[in-house]
Ligand binder design. Structure first.
Ligand SMILES: [Zn+2]
Length: 450
C-alpha cells in the first residue's frame, strides 16, 4: 500500500474568523440559547451523482461545552456547514463547519455503483425560541451538493431528553469553564470490562501525546480532557478481511471502503449515545488494537488504534485533521480523480492550488521565494527511511523553511504544500510546519476567545 499515513479527510479553508453573515450584529449567547445542548441526528445519503440530507431525530443532552463567542463566524469553510438562524430575520445565531466520512466515500468508485446512507450527529446550543437550521454539503469544487432546512421548536415534546447512561466519566485535566475551554473526550472502543484499567492508561497516554506536542503544549491551558469508559462485549475492532467481526461499543472496523488498514466507525449515534450527557466538543475514539490504523475528520471524529508503536505520532496527525482542518501534505500519483481540482482553492489552510494563495501562507514566504520552490535532493529518496539519520539542523531546514512545494493533498501536480517535511506529511517528522502551527493556533484562539 502506497499510503504512508492513512488519508483522512477532506476539509476546507476561508479566512480565519470570517463572518458567515455580515449584516447583523454579533449574536449574544444568553439572548438566544440555554445552557444545554441540542443534539441533531441526520442521515446523509446518496451516491456519486446525487446526495441528500434527512433529519432522523433530536435530543437534549448535557450542558453546552462549545464556544459562546464568535457564534456567527466560521474558522474554516469545511465540506459542510450547519447554521442556526433566527427564522424571522434570517440572522445567523450559530455556525458550524465540518467534513464527513460520507463525503469521502462519495469520491470512491463504489459510490458510482450503489446508494448508501451514513449517520451524522451534531451539537448546537439549545435555543430559547424557535430557530431555523440549515445543513449544507459542498463538493470538492465548493458547489452545494445537498441541503436541508428545518425549524426546531424548543418546546417540541418529541425532542428526546438524554439521561445519564451511567458510563464512567473521568476528568483527566480541566482548564477553565466549559465555554472557555476546548473540551476533548476520549471514548473506549473494543475494551472489555476486564480491560478497563488498560483503557484509563491508554487514555492518559493519548492525552500526554497531544499535550506534549506544539502548539498544543504551549496552550495546554486551553484544553480540558475527559475520558468515558463503557465496556464492549469483545476485545478489539472488527477485521473484515479476516472475517473477524466483534461486538463493540462503536462498531469500529478496518477495511473501510475496502482499504485494509483504514480503521473507522460509522456508528455515530452509538458514539453519541455512549457519551450521553457528558459535555464535549471533540471526540477521540480510542480503539483497543495494536494494529496500525485510524483517521481524523474535521469537526467529526478522531479514531485511533491504541497500541501501535506510532500511536503518539499518528494521533497528533489525525487530531490535526479533526481539530485543525489540516490537509494531508503527502502525495502520490495514483488518484483517478483529483481531490483538489485545478482552479479551486482548497479550504484546508496548509494546501493551495495557487488559485487564491493570498488567503493562505503568502504572508509567511521569505522574500524572493520562487514558486514552485525547488526541493532538496533528499526528495528524490524515501525521506522516511533516512529521517532518523539526518542532523537536527537538516531536519529543521526541511521542516521550517516555508516555500510553495509542489505535491500535496494526494496529488504530485497542481497542489502545493508549505514545507518539504511536516507532521502532516510523514510520521517520522516530529513537528508541524510553521503554516500548520499557525493554523492550529488560530483555531485555538477562535474557540477560546473571550
Ligand atoms: Zn504542515
Amino acid at each position: 500500500m502506497k499510503k504512508y499515513i492513512l488519508p483522512l479527510i477532506l476539509s476546507l479553508a476561508c479566512a480565519c474568523g470570517q463572518k458567515a453573515v455580515e449584516s447583523f450584529p454579533e449574536p449574544v449567547f444568553e439572548e438566544h440559547f440555554q445552557d444545554s445542548t441540542l443534539r441533531l441526528d441526520y442521515v446523509f445519503c446518496g451516491d456519486a451523482r446525487h446526495q441528500a440530507i434527512y433529519l432522523q431525530g433530536m435530543c437534549k443532552t448535557g450542558p453546552w461545552a462549545g464556544r459562546q463567542k464568535n457564534l456567527d463566524r466560521l474558522p474554516l469553510k469545511g465540506n459542510g456547514q450547519l447554521v442556526v438562524k433566527d427564522p424571522a430575520t434570517g440572522a445567523t445565531l450559530y455556525a458550524h463547519s465540518f467534513s464527513t466520512l460520507f463525503q469521502e466515500w462519495v469520491g470512491y468508485p463504489e459510490a458510482r455503483q450503489v446508494q448508501k446512507a451514513f449517520e451524522n450527529c451534531f451539537q448546537v446550543p439549545f435555543p430559547k425560541d424557535s430557530v431555523r437550521i440549515e445543513v449544507t454539503l459542498t463538493d470538492n469544487r465548493g458547489r452545494e451538493s445537498a441541503r436541508l432546512s428545518h425549524i426546531v421548536d424548543p418546546a417540541d415534546i418529541l425532542i428526546r431528553q438524554a439521561r445519564d447512561n451511567e458510563a464512567r466519566c473521568e476528568i483527566l485535566s480541566q482548564e477553565g469553564s466549559l465555554p472557555e475551554s476546548i473540551d476533548i473526550v476520549l471514548l473506549s472502543e473494543g475494551y472489555t470490562s476486564d480491560q478497563e484499567d488498560k483503557f484509563w492508561a491508554d487514555a492518559r497516554r493519548a492525552q500526554a501525546a497531544l499535550t506534549a506536542h506544539e502548539p498544543f503544549a504551549g496552550r495546554s491551558d486551553a484544553f480540558t480532557f475527559r475520558a468515558v469508559f463503557l465496556p464492549s462485549k469483545d476485545s478489539g475492532p472488527s477485521i473484515p478481511h479476516s472475517g473477524d467481526w466483534h461486538r463493540t461499543l462503536a462498531d469500529s472496523h478496518f477495511d473501510t471502503f475496502y482499504s485494509e488498514r483504514y480503521l473507522t466507525s460509522s456508528a455515530q449515534q452509538k458514539i453519541f449515545d455512549a457519551l450521553g450527557i457528558v459535555p464535549f466538543e471533540h471526540i477521540i475514539v480510542l480503539v483497543n488494537t495494536p494494529v496500525y490504523g485510524g483517521g481524523g475528520i474535521y469537526n467529526s471524529l478522531t479514531i485511533m488504534g491504541s497500541d501501535h508503536p506510532t500511536f503518539p505520532q499518528v494521533l497528533v496527525h489525525e487530531f490535526g485533521h479533526a481539530f485543525g482542518g489540516l490537509g494531508d501534505e503527502y502525495f502520490y500519483d495514483d488518484m483517478d480523480q483529483p481531490v483538489y481540482p485545478a482552479g479551486v482553492e482548497p479550504w484546508e489552510p496548509n494546501l493551495t492550488t495557487l488559485t487564491d494563495f493570498a488567503s493562505k501562507w503568502q504572508d509567511m514566504l521569505p522574500e524572493g521565494t520562487s514558486i514552485p520552490t525547488p526541493v532538496d535532493s533528499l526528495e528524490q529518496r524515501d525521506v522516511r527511511k533516512i529521517w532518523n539519520t539526518l542532523a537536527p539542523e537538516k531536519k529543521a531546514l526541511l521542516n521550517l523553511t516555508v516555500g510553495v512545494f509542489e505535491g500535496g493533498g494526494y496529488q504530485s501536480k497542481g497542489v502545493y504544500r508549505p514545507v518539504q517535511e511536516c507532521r502532516m506529511k510523514i510520521n517520522e517528522c516530529e513537528d508541524f510546519c510553521p503554516v500548520c502551527t499557525r493554523a492550529l493556533e488560530r483555531m485555538i484562539d477562535f474557540y477560546t476567545s473571550k
